[in-house]
Each structure stands twice: as C-alpha cells, then as structure tokens.
Design a protein around this ligand. Structure first.
Ligand code: TXE
Length: 480
C-alpha cells in the first residue's frame, strides 16, 4: 500500500492529524494506497511556507524560474511510462491514453509557461505629448489551485505552471479520487531543485482540505476546475473575501452534424468526442444533433463504431474504454441512464454496468451508451452526466439546432461539422460556448484562452491570460 504524503515547505510529510484514507483503484474496486486526510492545520502550514518563500521566488529572475520549470518538464518526459501507469491505475483510464495525452500534455503545460514568461510584455500608451501610461503586472502572492479527477496531472499542471512561472507561490490540492500523479510530481519538484515552499501540495477531501484553501485569508487567488455545484460553493466563500477567481466548471456540449459534413471524419471524431476517457472530459460532446437527411445513416454508423470499442482492463494496450473513476460516479451515471428511460429515451446501445473477469472483476465498468428519442429539454439533455453516455437527436434547420444547442445552463464547448464555410462561421458565431471546434475536436493551441460561458465558469485559462490572472495589475500615468 503506497502511502501518499503532503509536500509542504519542500518536504514530504504526513498530515498533522496523522489520518489517512483509502486510495481506490477503480479498475479493481479495491484500495491500493493511502491518502492524507489533511485539514486546516496542514493548509495553514503550507500557506505559511508559501508566504515565507514568496519574496524570494517572486524576485527570482524569470529566466531562473523558467529553467527550473523546464527541468521539471524534462523529468516528466523522462518518467512518461511510470507516470502514465500511475495515472491509469489511479483514474481507470486506458494507459495508452495517459501515455499519449495526459502525461505529454502535463509536460507541455509546464514548458509552455516556462517559456511564455520569457516573452511577457506590458502595454504603454502615449497620450499625445503630455503623458505616458504603462501597465505593470506583479505576482499576486500565494495562490490556491484545486484540480479534478478526470485529467489529473494534465489539469493540475495547467493551473500551477502559470502561477509558478509568473512568480506566485502555490498551495495546491489534487482531487482525492486521483492524487497519485500529483504525489509523484512533488518528488520530481524536489529532484529538480524547486526551492522549498514555492509549491505546496496538500492532499485530502474537498470539503475539508479544499475548503480550507478557499477560506485562508493569505491566499489571494483561486484557480479551480471541477463540478458546477462545487464552483458555486467556492464562489460563495471566496467572493466576499474579494479573491480573484477562475472557475472552469461543467459542460453539456453540443456536437452539431450537418448533412453536408465529411461523414467519415464526423463519425470517427464523434466517437472520440463521446467516449474518450470514458466520456469524463468536460469538453466531450454529450449531445449529438444530426440534420435529418443524415440522421438514420449517422445513427447506424455511430452504433456500429461504438460496438467495436474495446472496454476492459485499462492496462491492456488494446483497451479503448477503461473504468469509471469511482463507484460514486458510476452510480451517478447509472442513475442518469435510468432517468433517460423514464423520460422516454431508447437505449440503442449499452446502458449497463459490466462485470469483467480476473483482476478487474470488481471494477467500475460501464458500456458506452447511446440514447435516442429524447427531447432537448429533458433532464438527461440538460444536466451534466460526465460519462460514456450520449444522446442523438435529429434537427431540420440551423435556427432549430441553435436553439437546442443553446438551451442548457452550460456553455463550455461546441463542435460543428459542415463543409459549408459560411454556415460554419454563422453557426460558430451564434453558439453560446467558450470554445467552438469546426470539423475537429479537442484540437488545442495552448496560446488560445480556454474557458466557458454561462454556468461553465468564469475567467479564462491558457495563453498569456493565465499569467495575468496570477498578477495584480497596476496602471501608472506619468505626466511630462
Ligand atoms: O467534483 P468536485 P466531483 C463534474 C461532473 C461530476 C461532478 C462532481 O459532472 O459528476 O462535477 O464531481 C475539490 N472547496 N466534474 O464531486 O467536487 C475536490 O476535492 C474546495 C466536471 O468529483 O467539483 C476536487 O479536488 N475544493 C469537471 C475538486 O474540487 C473542493 C471535472 C473537484 O471536485 C470543495 C470533475 C470545496 N468545498 C467533475 N469540494 C470538469 N469541469 O472537468 C470539492 N472540492
């Protein structure tokens, strides 16, 4: 049983209260390690260490901060196989996905911000011949970064990298469902020579350790990715304390397929956007809308491709779909499949929990599921399920599909499939989503700001926006 430890002031340490809880391997449904059950006291220690180190780290030349971060990125690349295996065991995702997506992206996140900080610039405005106004950004202080369980190291590094690059010191908490790669990451930070206290990782449950980070008065900004319900709690706590907030929350993303699309590409990519990572990606297109002339053909082809997906042991290189991240989450998804039936939906594929044999006999496996026959207004089509479950609905006109697409409280991502350039621009302009992909999905340029509209969140991550988020901005006017 591997015992995960907190990383506070440069040292791996047990929680102050000495309490741990089980770390479950979702493919086996069994504990395989222990997680610190940290509380306020650990967060207080971590914050004190971060505060103490802030003066030194924030005045360390950007090139030196950059070179330590690059060292960490190289260590991630060196340990690619080890980290991918750990992430697959911890989260249930196929090891091949961890190896090709999660871990390389974690290294890329760190490299991106380690180099971006070397190219940071600020604005100056000359006011006729009378004055100059310039904008100055200075690191805001100690910041809190809280990440979820679906893309563990990928989202953890996405938050901490810009904070560290800009000169902030960090108190971070990975999800208690998937803490292992953040723990291995803390060892890499020690190996790379990251000064003590610059990054502190406190493990534990959200309501205790997470909430203590949000409430701590010395933590000036919070970057959070997780569920919308948790986002509301965080906003309610941090808002009255006037903390800077970036909230990346849920999605109920439309995947809009027009009859003039490149059919083969649309079907192949829609399989990925529906079922990658067991559908546990906030950007997954969980509502598929197909223009009526193509509807029957699309549904038939999509069903055949879904049937061909291999669900099984995440450590098997042939596996396309691994385990659901936790038993609680599996039950949540199953309850939505029941709801879909009650709402009059037809399960045309999947819908059942699966019992595998051998090592994975007690794991949390669920068939990829396709539901048709539902209205866009029902709860199944309005609430985030966050699993391998998609609905497919026909539409007749652009106006109609835009109304369907925009009918939820979410607005994270949308995908549009059409070969008609004018229509692509027209629909992209009208969809209320922070990210719109045309004829592709999950294509990311890290310079592009990332975030949602409506209840999918506030603030933008990615690009230079993220560096700015972790700063105080000042505008200075000098009169000649
Ligand atoms: O996430 P939580 P949960 C959605 C998805 C899922 C639902 C709930 O629909 O079914 O959210 O998942 C920490 N103060 N997404 O409950 O609770 C927690 O410890 C501070 C979408 O597992 O939001 C973890 O580190 N922190 C999503 C992080 O918040 C708190 C990814 C996320 O957990 C806290 C995950 C508190 N009071 C779930 N309570 C996405 N957008 O990608 C919890 N946490």
């Amino acid at each position: 049983m591997e015992k995960i430890l907190n990383y506070i002031n440069g040292t791996l340490t047990e929680p102050v209260n000495g309490n741990f809880f089980n770390n479950i391997n979702p493919a086996e449904g069994k504990p395989y390690g222990l997680i610190p059950d940290s509380n306020k006291e650990d967060v207080a220690q971590a914050t004190a260490a971060a505060k103490h180190t802030f003066a030194a780290w924030s005045t360390t030349p950007a090139r030196n901060r950059s070179s330590i971060l690059i060292k960490i990125a190289k260590l991630i690349e060196r340990d690619l196989d080890k980290l991918a295996l750990a992430e697959s065991i911890d989260q249930g995702k196929p090891v091949t996905l961890a190896k090709s997506l999660d871990i390389p992206r974690a290294a890329a996140n760190i490299r991106f911000y380690a180099t971006a900080i070397l190219h940071e610039s600020s604005e100056a405005h000359f006011t006729d011949n009378e004055a100059i106004n310039y904008t100055q950004h200075t690191p805001i202080g100690v910041v809190g970064c809280i990440s979820p369980w679906n893309l563990p190291l990928y989202l953890f590094t996405w938050k901490i990298a810009p904070a560290l690059a800009v000169g902030c010191t960090v108190v971070a908490k990975p999800s208690e469902i998937t803490p292992m790669t953040a723990y291995l990451f803390s060892k890499l930070c020690i190996e790379a020579g990251l000064p003590a206290g610059v990054l502190n990782i406190v493990h534990g449950v959200g309501a205790k350790a997470g909430q203590a980070i949000i409430e701590h008065p010395e933590i000036k900004a919070i970057s959070f990715t997780g569920g919308t319900a948790t986002g509301k709690i965080i906003a309610a706590t941090a808002g009255p304390m006037f903390k800077k907030l970036s909230l990346e929350l849920g999605g109920k993303n439309p995947n809009i397929i027009f009859a003039d699309c490149d059919f083969e590409k649309a079907v192949t990519t829609s399989i990925q956007s529906s079922f990658s990572n067991q559908g546990e990606i906030c950007l997954c297109g969980s509502r598929i809308f197909v223009e009526r002339p193509l509807y029957e053909k699309f549904v038939a082809a999509f069903k055949v491709r879904t049937e061909a997906l291999v669900m099984g042991d995440p450590l098997d290189e042939k596996t396309n779909l691994g385990a659901i991240a936790s038993e609680t989450h599996l039950n949540k998804i199953l309850s939505y499949i029941e709801l879909a039936k009650q709402e009059g939906g037809t399960i045309i594929q999947g819908g059942n929990q699966v019992k595998l044999t051998g090592r994975c006999a007690d794991g949390y496996f669920l068939e990829p599921t396709i539901i048709t026959g539902l209205s866009h207004t029902c709860r199944t089509n309005q609430e985030e399920i966050f699993g391998p479950v998609v609905t497919i609905m026909p539409f007749d006109t652009e106006e109609e599909v835009l109304q369907y697409a925009n009918s939820t409280t979410y607005g994270l991502a949308a995908t549009i499939w059409t070969e008609n350039l004018k229509r692509a621009h027209r629909v992209a302009a009208e969809v209320k989503s922070g990210i719109v992909w045309v004829n592709c999905w999950l294509f990311r340029d890290l310079r592009t700001p990332f975030g949602g509209m409506k209840q999918s969140g506030i603030g933008r991550e990615g690009g230079f926006e993220a560096l700015k988020f972790f700063t105080d901005e000042k505008n200075v006017c000098i009169k000649f």
